[in-house]
Design a protein around this ligand. Structure first.
Ligand SMILES: C[S@@+](CC[C@H](N)C(=O)[O-])C[C@H]1O[C@@H](n2cnc3c(N)ncnc32)[C@H](O)[C@@H]1O
Length: 180
């Protein structure tokens, strides 16, 4: 990601200020899938509203984003989260394992295998991307079914697609030769 992209996100977040802690959209009504202890990671956390929600739920949270303005907003909500400024194009700045990994509305297919590897067996993946499904498509949108193709080998608890977004909740299995 270039400096221009970071500045664009900074400018967008500066206009919004701090948000409100809350679960990712796909978890609304399914919050019970999330444990109340252990470690959680929120990748491309934006203003940190999801990371703050995970922390309030009882998890020890690491949250990564390239935007210092977004991270500062998150810090206001939840000082106890470990806020990490990093460009995910340079690789993951954290080490697992985590009980929960969230990646909401940030798409990098090259990271998909690593997201699974970050999870403990039995850990929960919460992921959504802007998708070409039900939308006009575009260069940043995933082709329809991308998440199911990438994570269908996990124990998928919920999948939805439409209105320009694909979301998936899946648990990393505890057995199997490939470890998922
Ligand atoms: C659409 S927002 C989603 C934010 C948050 N996950 C949410 O759902 O509210 C995309 C986020 O990805 C971050 N981002 C974009 N490219 C990034 C990169 N290369 N490394 C880290 N974060 C990045 C942006 O700063 C922004 O916070």
């Amino acid at each position: 990601m270039g400096a221009v992209d970071r500045e664009r996100w900074d400018a967008r977040f500066a206009g919004l200020g701090a948000g409100e802690a809350g679960p990712p959209g796909v978890l609304v009504g399914r919050e019970d899938l999330v444990p109340t202890s252990g470690r959680a990671l929120d990748l491309a956390c934006g203003r940190g509203t999801v990371a703050a929600w995970l922390a309030r739920r009882g998890l020890a949270v690491d949250a990564v984003d390239v935007s210092p303005v977004g991270l500062a907003a998150g810090r206001e909500l939840a000082p106890d989260v470990r806020w990490i400024e990093a460009d995910l194009d340079d690789g993951l700045p954290v080490r697992g394992p985590y009980d929960v990994v969230v990646c909401q509305r940030f798409r990098d297919p090259a990271l998909y295998p690593a997201l699974v590897e970050l999870l403990v067996p039995g850990g929960l993946l919460v992921i959504s991307v802007l998708s070409g499904s039900g939308d006009t498509g575009g260069p940043f949108r995933a082709p329809p079914g991308e998440l199911l193709a990438a994570f269908g080998h996990l124990d998928v608890r919920h999948h939805e697609e439409g209105h320009g977004e694909e979301s998936l909740l899946a648990v990393r299995g505890v057995g199997g030769a490939r470890g998922f």
